[in-house]
Design a binder for this molecule. Structure first.
Ligand code: NI
Length: 207
């Protein structure tokens, strides 16, 4: 092996070491981002959905409007315009999103109860978040969420066990979703976005 190739090998190993270090950093950044995006983890549906799950999930939906109002009641406009993570939605946008998203959920329950396994309408939540009303006051979305949840919870409480077995098809992935699973998804979604806001507020020392 001549001197030149020895140098090459040395440089090469240095290159790979740096590459390894970089990919490790990237992995850590990805993990950190995943934690910021999913502070309570992703939704995992229990294999068997029990009456206890149903009761707990309904409770989450029932409590969300008040919990969310209390969490942000002392925030000023600048604080509301703070992203929950770098590159993420602002607290204000998260609140508008939850209100729109749960509006869709309410309609999906109604569709599944009045049609036979209907294909529901998906929507592009990022495009919705880019609409002008997502920069407006959170008050209307808070009132809307309060009304939607009151109607949603009252409706779900009146469903029979067999009703919760009814299904709809989500066009993304053509997935069949039972209403009892959808209930779990939206209870998770409530806690998921609540945790986004709570985590940035803790980070900023606002709570
Ligand atoms: Ni969401």
């Amino acid at each position: 092996m001549n001197q030149a190739s020895q140098v090459d090998v040395k440089n090469l190993s240095g290159f790979f070491l740096n590459k390894k270090a970089n990919s490790l950093n990237l992995l850590m950044i990805n993990e950190e981002l995943e934690k910021l995006k999913y502070p309570i983890g992703q939704f995992h549906c229990p294999k068997e959905i029990t009456k206890l799950h149903i009761r707990d999930w309904i409770q989450v939906l029932e409590n969300l409007p008040t919990r969310l109002e209390k969490l942000v009641e002392n925030l000023d406009d600048e604080q509301l315009n703070t992203p929950y993570r770098p590159g993420g939605w602002t607290i204000r946008e998260v609140i508008h999103h939850v209100s729109d998203s749960h509006h869709h959920s309410y309609i999906r329950f109604k569709w599944a109860m009045t049609e036979d396994n209907p294909v529901i309408k998906a929507y592009n939540e990022q495009d919705w978040a880019n609409l002008h009303d997502y920069t407006s006051s959170i008050k209307i979305s808070q009132l809307h969420l309060r009304a939607v949840h009151a109607k949603l919870v009252q409706f779900i409480k009146g469903l029979k066990d067999s009703d919760l077995e009814r299904t709809f098809i989500h066009p993304e992935g053509n997935r069949t979703v039972k209403l009892k699973e959808n209930l779990g998804i939206y209870a998770w979604h409530s806690n998921h976005h609540y945790a986004h806001i709570e985590s940035v507020m803790k980070k900023k020392d606002w709570i």
